[in-house]
Structures are given as C-alpha cells and as structure tokens.
Design a protein around this ligand. Sequence first.
Ligand code: KG4
Ligand code: ZN
Length: 336
Amino acid sequence: MLVLGIETSCDETGAALYDSASGLLAQALYSQISLHDEYGGVVPELASRDHIRRLLPLVSEVLCQARLRLQDLDAIAYTRGPGLAGALLVGASVATALAMGLAIPAVGIHHLEGHLLSPLLASNPPSFPFVALLVSGGHTQIMKAIEVGRYELLGDTLDDAAGEAFDKTAKLLGLPYPGGAALAKLAESGSASRFRLPRPMMDSKNLDFSFSGLKTAVAMACAGVNLDDQARADIAASFQEAVVDVLVAKCVNAMDLTCMNTLVVAGGVGANAALRSALDAAGAGNAFSVHYPAIEYCTDNGAMIALAGALRMTSCAQTNLHRDFNSRPRWDLADQ
Ligand code: KG4
Ligand code: ZN
C-alpha cells in the first residue's frame, strides 16, 4: 500500500511517500522558521498562506524523487489535528480533493499519533505495547500505546509543554524562535550547578508535569545576575538539566506503573542529546529499552503522517476516512 503523507499542522509543510512493503520512499520538508522569525513565534495566518504556496510543489517533489505518479497512490494521509485551524485546513482540503479526484481514501491522522509512531521508521523499530513520552512544542504527555489506534493517556502537562518551556527560556536568554535546539547548544558550554532551579512535580505520585514555574524561576535567575555569555550558558545548562530530570523521573515511574519494558520518545524535544543520554542511562539501570526516531523525524514531518496512514489502513479497524474538509484543531489522542 502506497500512502502520501501530508503535514501542515503548524509551521512546517511536509510531504512523504511510505510504502507498506518497502518503507519510506521519499520525503520533503519546508520549514517556515525564517518567515515567523521577526515575530518571535508562529503567526497563524502567515503559516496557512505559506502552506498553500508550498504544499503542492512538495507533493510533486516526493513523487519525482520516488519516480512515481499520483495515480500510483493507494491512499492520502493528512494531519487532521491538533494544530492551527487554518494550517490544518490547507492539508485537509488538498488531501481530500486529491483523494476524491483519484477515487482513493483520505485518512485523517492525529498529529501526536504521527509523532508516537515515528520511531517505527527506524531500522530497529520497537514493538507494541510500549510507553510513549511525547515531548513537542505543544504537548508533553505520557501515553500507553497498546496497538496502532489504541492509546491511553497516563500523564499530561498542567500548563506549558516541555518544548514551549525550552522556547520561552530561550527567548529570555536572547535566542531566536524556536529556541530548543539553540538552548541545547548554548548549554554545552555552561555549568548546570551554578543555578539550582526547581524540578516541578518531580515527586508527585502521578505522571503529570508542570513547566511554567520553571520558566518563572529562569526569569528570576536572569534578573539576579550580570547576564553575560557565561551566565546565559549556565542558566541554559541548569534549565535543561531541570527539564531532563523531571522527564526522566516520570518515565521511570511510568515504566514501573505499567510493568512495560519498552519506552518510545518522540516529538521535537526528543532530539535533545542530554535527554537522550539520561533516558538511555535510566533504561540501562531499570531494564527497559528506549527507542527514538532519527533526529530529522523528531520535529514535524510528512514521513510520520504517511507511516501512520499506512499503518491505520493496513492494521487498524478504526480509520478516520473523510470526504469533507475535516480538521480538529483540538483533539485528544486517546479519543479516536
Ligand atoms: O514536535 P515539534 O516539531 O512541534 C510540535 O508538534 O509542537 O516540536 C518542536 C519543539 C520546539 O519547542 C523546539 O524548540 C523543540 O521542539 N526542540 C528542542 C530541540 N529541538 C527541537 N528542544 C530541546 N532540544 C532540542 N535539541
Ligand atoms: Zn509536532
């Protein structure tokens, strides 16, 4: 089964081709980061308009890379939600129009399901069931993934997402949006012991998170020192260590509570090297294996949507097939 995947939920336009028999055949991505740079965050209307400009050329590009034609497709998967309403509508309308013209199904995919399944694109994929840590710009969740399409929410953030906390802290340190990767780079030259930042909810009995207080603690640390290059690097390292400590502690608790031995990490913050090495160490010490997508598939992309579409079409009774312009800007992954 050959599936075209389309991702337009936020500020990245992605297209990819995934074949159930031979895997990922092609993928192309256009990042709007420079478009939103001067505003310090994503401007929804600009995002929608740019998706309109970029999407069809990206679809042509992946077909050309794989030497295939639209007529070869068996289904089109698109991100149905959650995300920016206008941006989602661009992907939904292009996907459903193309699918209708080709008389093939259009499959609406939950963006976080795409992230959650993205480690299956790797050469050593995890098998179900597993626990998933989803850490993106908009979400921080721990899910139990029983099989494709069956997910249970175990923990969620009460306020900011981990990626959002990285981005807001990066802004306080004068780094451009989105600041996660830049903050991680800055942290490499800093000392995590100079500023003792809180570990919010680390000792709570549940698997929920809270990151907004950490951002406030960073703002206070910035205000209390001469913010030279070394102080910025030290704050970045201290902040990163606090987030990593909380995420790792909650994952270890989740593995204990579920008695599972496979952890999957996905979403943009999953690209963070400090988080990866701390989780690897926790996995080695607590007898669970940890799986990540390749760095390029941690942040938003079309490949994870094409993969999720192919898996839903082949191995799952519940698919979201639509012939209308259907998007769900707010949508729980457990509510399929
Ligand atoms: O999954 P994603 O592309 O978008 C959403 O679905 O939200 O994640 C983007 C987030 C941003 O907040 C970005 O700053 C963060 O992932 N991020 C990182 C790193 N690379 C991206 N955070 C920490 N360390 C990184 N290396
Ligand atoms: Zn995402």
